[in-house]
Design a protein around this ligand. Structure first.
Ligand code: NAD
Length: 238
C-alpha cells in the first residue's frame, strides 16, 4: 500500500483498467472466481455459450431469461474502488477508466472519462429502427423485448462473436498508451481483444491489484494480492 501511495504521489497521468473483480464487492459475481458465474450451468448450457451473438440470435428468449437473472443487478451500488476512482478523476489525476464491466457502476459513481469496452446494460437498442430504451424496459418486459416497430431490442453489451465499438477501443488505447501509471485490477485478462489493450502501455509503473495471479504480473512494477475496494479505498488523493 505504501508503495502504491508513493507511485500515485509521483503520477501525472493515471489510467485504470478493470474487470468484473472491481464489482464483486458491490455484490455482482464475476465469471472466473470459485463462486463466479462460469462455475454453473443454465438450462443445461454453459453461461459462456449463452453470452454469444449466435445464442442471442437463435435462442433469444432463453438468452433474456439468463440475462435478466444473472447479468443485471439493478440494486448494486458503487463500492469504495468506484468511489475513489471518481475522486481521482475530480482531482484531475485519473485520465481514464477503461472497464470491461457492463454494470454501469463507474458512471453511477461519477466517472466521465470512461471507456466501457463491452458496453453497458443501461443502454438497449432496437435492432430494426435503432431506437434506444432504458434498462427498465428490458426488466419490465416478459420474454423477448420488442420495439413498437416490431424489432428485437438488444442490450448494448458486447457478446462473444461481436467486436467492441471501434471509437471506444481507439479512445481506450490512446489513454493507455499515454499514461505514466496503469493500474490493472480485478480482471483475469482472459477476454480478447480487451486483455491485450494493456500491451499498449509504455509508461513507468504498472500496478496489478488482483486476488489471484494474472499474466500481467510479469510486467508489473508492483503486485498487490488482495481486494480492489480495500486497496483503492485506502488511497489518499494527492
Ligand atoms: P473474470 O471473472 O474473468 O476475472 C475476475 C478476476 O478478478 C479474477 O482474477 C478474480 O480473482 C479477481 N477478483 C474478483 N473479485 C476481486 C476483488 N474483490 N478484488 C480483487 N480481485 C478480484 O472477469 P473479467 O476479466 O472482467 O472478464 C470477464 C468478462 O465478464 C468481462 O468481459 C466483463 O464484461 C464480464 N463481466 C462483467 C461483470 C460486471 O459488469 N460487473 C460481471 C461479470 C462478468
Amino acid at each position: 500500500m505504501k508503495d502504491l501511495q508513493t507511485i500515485l504521489d509521483h503520477t501525472r497521468r493515471l489510467v485504470f483498467f478493470g474487470g468484473a473483480g472491481v464489482s464483486t464487492e458491490s455484490g455482482i459475481p464475476d465469471f472466473r472466481s470459485a463462486d463466479g458465474l462460469y462455475r454453473g450451468e443454465f438450462e443445461g448450457i454453459e453461461p459462456e455459450s449463452i453470452l454469444s451473438l449466435d445464442y442471442f440470435c437463435l435462442h433469444t428468449e432463453s438468452f433474456f431469461r439468463f440475462y435478466r437473472q444473472y447479468m443485471v443487478h439493478p440494486s448494486a451500488v458503487p463500492n469504495a474502488a468506484h468511489r475513489k476512482l471518481a475522486e481521482l478523476e475530480r482531482a484531475d489525476l485519473l485520465r481514464a477508466v477503461v472497464t470491461q464491466n457492463i454494470d454501469g457502476l463507474h458512471r453511477a459513481a461519477g466517472n466521465k472519462r470512461l471507456y466501457e469496452v463491452h458496453g453497458c446494460v443501461n443502454d438497449n437498442v432496437c435492432m430494426e429502427c435503432g431506437r434506444h430504451f432504458p434498462l427498465s424496459f428490458i426488466m419490465e418486459t416478459d420474454g423477448v423485448p420488442l420495439c413498437p416497430c416490431g424489432g428485437v431490442v438488444k442490450p448494448e453489451v458486447v457478446l462473444y462473436g461481436e467486436p467492441p465499438d471501434k471509437y471506444v477501443v481507439m479512445g481506450a488505447l490512446r489513454e493507455i498508451s499515454s499514461a505514466d501509471t496503469l493500474i490493472v485490477a480485478g480482471t483475469s485478462l482472459q477476454v480478447e481483444p480487451a486483455a491485450s489493450f494493456i500491451d499498449h502501455f509504455d509508461g513507468k509503473e504498472m500496478v496489478v491489484i488482483n486476488r489471484t495471479p494474472i499474466s500481467a504480473e510479469d510486467r508489473a512494477t508492483l503486485v498487490l494480492r488482495g481486494s480492489v475496494s480495500e486497496v483503492m479505498g485506502a488511497l489518499r488523493v494527492p
